[in-house]
Design a protein around this ligand. Structure first.
Ligand code: NAD
Length: 456
């Protein structure tokens, strides 16, 4: 194992020189990320093909372009976002300057996840660099080909005195977490999130936790079931279901379940054909551990409830898109986040029962509601809590850079994307710059204290 203490000491020394504070340095690094993406698309696509059999379109649209756009947005807005922010002030401060200055935090640790291994490593890095920090990036060891490419490209395109990569699994992560950072940005499971937060607490290090959970999806009888089904199927089954904000399960009134299942099947065939195992647009489960975990969820379901899919192939880590109807809360697939191509449907009386069901569980990372009724939409918006909510679509909220992306409660804390990424990696320093004149005005606060001074 490497000497992380030395690595962090070196980064801290570089940070101390002020190098990363210069706007021209920040710009050069962000330009480096844009160049990295533009010059190495094929290699990035190939790495994710190797790790996840990820289709090229998904890599380009959901990883490469996201990173590129975010870097360009930070580049275009760097001056504006880092400008000292003047705040309104009271009359006695009229001669003075009062503002917020956004300072870098220092040396930050970013830990990526394997399901979107390029995006989840590089998008936080964009904000960390734009904010003027030094970075230790640990890509996920679960997607080794992408981790290798990320390291190779970051070494080539970024300043190695300020940006370091650490590779490894639990042992290396545990060792890294014993070191002191100025911030830790972690993406992954809630259980490891707890380990990260506990380790960080020892040094009073702030953490951003981008975690997971079961994101519900309510389908209302008023919605267009054909369109709803297409959008749900895409959100659930893209990246082979390994998406943190994928709709994890459907809640719907029993009277629409048969038609909804019919429309879901139709959408599945339209997207992946009759044989998803031989469809280029459908990937594979990342490793045997996750394959076994998801297969267990399918095997636990009574076979008469599996209305689509159910087929698995351990050799190629293939799991067919699977739909389980009339699922119940006590089934294994409802006890943990699925994070795979399986979609249970639970029937509920109406939207109020769906809201009660959702509120009786941990706060989800995302919540989806399909409805044409404004009153139902409002109920979900006002009576539930989730990291994000999307009405009549799935996942698309994550692609809007003006929206904060993050969880709440068990699904995480803190947020990023667009300007929020820069904000996340800054300390907002409150500054009061007083003039030295008009000292008489300060008499009221100086001793000796007298009642006379309080008469104003
Ligand atoms: P994980 O938390 O199991 O593993 C993440 C990393 O943590 C591993 O790469 C490993 O290096 C480290 N790790 C694992 N066990 C550890 C331990 N005991 N001590 C120290 N370090 C340890 O998560 P995962 O399987 O990579 O990801 C799946 C989860 O991540 C899902 O819940 C998913 O919803 C969530 N996720 C969330 C987002 C988001 O943006 N909110 C994105 C992707 C994934």
């Amino acid at each position: 194992m490497d000497n992380y203490q030395q690595l962090i000491t070196d980064l801290r020394r570089t940070f101390g020189t002020g190098k990363t504070r210069s706007l021209s340095w920040r710009r050069s690094q962000l330009e480096g990320i844009v160049k990295m993406v533009d010059e190495n698309r094929d290699e990035i696509v190939a790495a994710m093909k190797e790790d996840l059999s990820k289709p090229k379109s998904e890599t380009i649209l959901m990883e490469v372009i996201q990173v590129r756009n975010d870097a360009i947005q930070h580049l275009n807005n760097l001056d504006k976002w880092l400008e000292r922010e003047k705040i309104s002030k009271s009359i006695e401060l009229i001669m003075d300057n009062v503002y917020i200055q956004r300072d870098p935090l220092g040396v930050v640790l970013i830990m990526g996840a394997w399901n979107y291994p390029f995006q989840l490593a590089l998008m936080p890095a964009v904000g960390a660099i734009a904010a003027g920090n030094c970075v230790v990036l640990k890509p996920s060891e679960v997607s080794p080909a992408t981790a290798f490419v990320v390291e190779k490209l970051c070494r080539k395109y970024l300043d190695n005195d300020t940006f370091q990569i650490v590779q490894g699994g639990v042992t290396e992560t545990t060792a890294l977490l014993s070191e002191r950072f100025d911030m830790i940005f972690y993406t992954g499971s809630t259980s490891v999130g707890r380990i990260v937060a506990t380790a960080a607490a020892k040094h009073l290090t702030p953490v951003i936790l981008e975690l997971g959970g079961k994101s519900p999806c309510y389908v209302c009888p008023s919605s267009d079931l054909n369109i709803s089904a297409r959008r749900i199927v895409w959100g659930r089954f893209c990246n082979t279901g390994q998406t943190c904000i994928a709709p994890d399960y459907i809640l719907c009134p029993s009277e629409i379940q048969p038609e909804l299942v019919r429309q879901l099947k139709k959408a599945l065939v339209a997207f992946f054909g009759d044989d998803p195992q031989h469809c280029e647009s459908f990937g594979r489960i990342v490793n045997k551990r996750n394959f076994d975990r998801i297969k267990r969820l399918i095997d636990d379901a009574p076979s008469d409830k599996i209305v689509v899919g159910g087929k698995t192939d351990v050799e190629s880590r293939f799991i067919a898109p699977t739909i389980i109807q009339n699922a119940t809360a006590d089934m294994l697939c409802m006890q943990e986040e699925i994070f795979g191509p399986v979609l249970p449907i639970l029937t509920v009386k109406d939207e109020d029962a769906a809201i009660d069901f959702i509120n009786s569980r941990e706060k989800p990372l995302a919540l989806y509601v399909f409805t044409k009724k404004s009153s139902i939409k409002e109920k979900f918006l006002n009576q539930t809590s989730s990291g994000s909510t999307c009405v009549n679509d799935t996942i698309m909220q994550a692609g809007i850079s003006g929206l904060p992306f993050g969880g709440v409660g068990e699904s995480g804390c803190g947020a990023y994307h667009g300007k929020f990424t820069l904000e996340t990696f800054c300390h907002r320093k409150g500054v009061l710059e007083k003039k030295q004149g008009m000292e008489k005005l300060n008499d009221i606060r100086y001793p000796p204290y007298t009642d006379k001074k309080l008469k104003f």
